[in-house]
Ligand binder design. Sequence first.
Ligand code: OSB
Ligand code: MG
Length: 369
Amino acid sequence: MKIKQVILRHLKMDLIAPFTTSFGTFVDKEFILVEVKNEDGLSGWAESVAFAAPWYNEETIKTNWTMLEDFLIPIVLDKEINHPSEVNDLFSHIRKNNMAKSAIEGAIWDLYAKENNQPLGVALGGKLNKIDVGISIGIQKTVPDLLKKIENGLKDGYKRIKIKIQPGWDVDVIREVRKHYPDVPIMADANSAYRLKDIELLKQLDQFNLMMIEQPLSSDDIVDHATLQKQLKTPICLDESIHSVEDARKALELGSCKIINIKIGRVGGLTEAKKIHNLCEDNNIPVWCGGMLESGVGRAHNIALTTLSNFTMPGDTAASANYWHKDLIEPEVTVEDGVITVPTSAGIGYEVNYRTVDEFTTYSKKYTK
Ligand code: OSB
Ligand code: MG
């Protein structure tokens, strides 16, 4: 196939409720939506998961736009591409900038799947037609607020509850949660808020039978995590620290984690995400699909990836209505009893609504050779 045109759009959508992590609070979501078109005018879609500020990783919307415009789009425009797995190699001489790479690679995967009249998950080699999902609950003002959110999440049927933690919102909070919900599958995500010196505090979390603790230590660390894992009963799951299959290999070799959260954008695209999935499967390490507060387009990519066989733990891909007043896709992503039924039409499997896209677009630009 050949990419004849790329359209970048900058969108801004208000979140239904603010979402607070240890690194900051989101009240809305700004992101880049990527549309690639082939000779026949067929479109592939993906989104960049970079945030407006570099607080999850070093990328931002603006750095992604620059990378796409100056380097990545010129590489793929008018190039004969036989399979989307080649895109990773085409970008291999460009360092990092994984979210920018992933945004265009994902759109090419969608286009490829549509050209072949296959659901994206099938094009990736996925087999599941239903996937289990959980919900991620941000840091709240009070414990009763958190308990209310958990109650709502359970009422909606989510398969597990993820609670964001940070110093001052950790052991005592989880203790309260466990008092009210002794048996619910619960995990905690620190987004790198602790250091090895906090080990005594982190060990206290062992008493609560958590499914895992996600990314307790620095965002680029795999060494201290290995030291911590040796002294914790609770499995560590790495998020921020894993940028590639090489990172994953090293983390597994060191014993830095027992579970990996795969985010397509963080690792540079679907091809790399699948490699990490396969490595983990070969090493009996379960994986689950993380989230970045995506619109329906990114959400659809997450659903497709999660159809691979080693996604054995519920991911963070909650329903569209958990985030947005109105989503970009039709139908919206819905969750029933904690399960998403994977769409069966070609590509991402949901229709992108151009009118809704236009409504949230602040600026856009078209690229041709
Ligand atoms: O660490 O998984 C994370 C949201 C923004 C940035 C990082 C993370 C998160 C979430 C929510 O936990 C995931 C989602 O619901 O999309
Ligand atoms: Mg995380």
